[in-house]
Design a protein around this ligand. Structure first.
Ligand SMILES: Nc1ncnc2c1ncn2[C@@H]1O[C@H](COP(=O)(O)OP(=O)(O)OP(=O)(O)O)[C@@H](O)[C@H]1O
Length: 249
């Protein structure tokens, strides 16, 4: 297996050309290692969603390059498996039906695999429930199982738990860590919540205020205890000048 990064973002700049050009990301570089769970935090408007759209291949960088497994990203592909906030499940399909939808093969085998995936996300026993019968947290777990059905090389999660209350968020975040441990997937999770970034991520990439770059990648494991304080301080430093600029503008 290649020892290089699974997801490599090299010196990426993204400028939107509207009435006036606007640079959302400027010279951003980040490596996500194979099988790593990395979280990304940054001030509001620093370009997190823009970066995700680039990784997902929905839009192209103005400059720089993104590679997954060594191959340049050149358009959307299922191997990246994207789950976004308020990921929509089909309301007319059961949890099992929603997960089986992403699978190929004979109906019996698909249902069996869907059952397995629901079990991986801790949702055994809820196979026949419809989305409206499930709590928000459980719906996110079904969505997670569905995205795993595509066997994504890299799983991209853009604030998937933002709509959940604090307690549910912690529980679903812990479930995500468990799923990550069991599947060995490379996972990149965007959040604006420092607590969640440090709790879920093994490394936390902190972005600067816009135009976004990576300010620092914090190794949570080697900083036990102090990682939350450190990430919180970096983020506060980024938010303060960003506010200052808006006031001055
Ligand atoms: N298509 C576009 N055209 C012009 N500007 C855009 C476009 N998309 C995003 N932007 C701008 O780029 C900047 C970054 O936006 P983005 O949504 O990526 O930030 P974010 O970090 O995800 O924000 P938040 O945390 O508030 O969701 C913002 O100032 C936004 O207004």
């Amino acid at each position: 297996m290649s020892q290089g990064p699974h997801l490599s973002i090299r010196d990426v700049t993204k400028t939107f050309h509207g009435d006036e050009p606007f640079t959302a990301l400027s010279g951003l570089s980040l490596d996500v290692r194979p099988g790593e769970l990395l979280t990304l935090v940054g001030p509001s408007g620093c370009g997190k969603s823009t970066l995700f759209a680039l990784i997902a291949g929905l839009t192209e960088p103005t400059r720089g390059e993104i590679r997954i497994g060594g191959a340049p990203v050149a358009g959307p592909a299922l191997d990246r498996g994207v789950v976004v906030q308020q990921y929509t499940l089909f309301p007319w399909r059961t949890a099992l039906g929603n997960v089986a939808f992403g699978l190929e093969g004979r109906p019996g085998a698909r249902r069996e695999r869907a059952r397995e995936l629901l079990s991986i996300v801790g949702m055994s026993g809820y196979e026949e429930c419809y989305p409206h019968e499930l709590s928000g947290g459980r719906r996110e777990l079904v969505a997670l199982a569905r995205s795993l059905a595509f066997e994504p090389g890299v799983l991209l999660l853009d604030e998937p738990f933002a709509g959940l209350d604090r307690g549910t968020r912690e529980w679903v975040g812990d479930e995500l860590v468990r799923v990550w441990e069991r599947t060995g997937r490379t996972v990149l999770l965007v959040t604006h919540d420092v607590e969640e970034a440090v709790r879920v991520g093994r490394r936390v990439a902190v972005m600067t205020s816009g135009p976004g770059r990576i300010r620092e990648v914090v190794d949570v494991c080697s900083r036990t205890g102090s990682a939350r304080r450190h990430v919180g301080r970096l983020l506060r430093e980024e938010i303060a000048p960003a506010r200052g600029r808006k006031v001055a503008a």
